[in-house]
Design a binder for this molecule. Structure first.
Ligand code: FES
Length: 71
């Protein structure tokens, strides 16, 4: 889904930016180009960033619990 129509940035691009290390809204916007024109997309970008961070945190928690299990 396109979140930023000025720069054609999708939710997948936001997720990729988070996966590649963007930790803040400014970082995601710098990485993707979203929000750098009219700015009307920043709330949608922030929502997608938080969803991506939740997904990443859940993946880390799953890996941590798998590593903690005795072999
Ligand atoms: S819609 Fe993203 S900067 Fe305009």
């Amino acid at each position: 889904m396109i979140l930023c129509h000025c720069h054609v940035v999708t939710d997948k691009a936001v997720h990729a930016a988070v996966d590649e290390g963007a930790r803040t809204l400014a970082g995601v916007c710098r990485s993707t180009g979203a929000g750098s024109d009219c700015g009307s997309c920043v709330f949608s970008v922030r929502h997608a960033m938080r969803a991506a961070q939740s997904t990443a945190a859940a993946a880390v928690a799953t890996m941590a619990s798998e590593l903690a299990e005795p072999a």
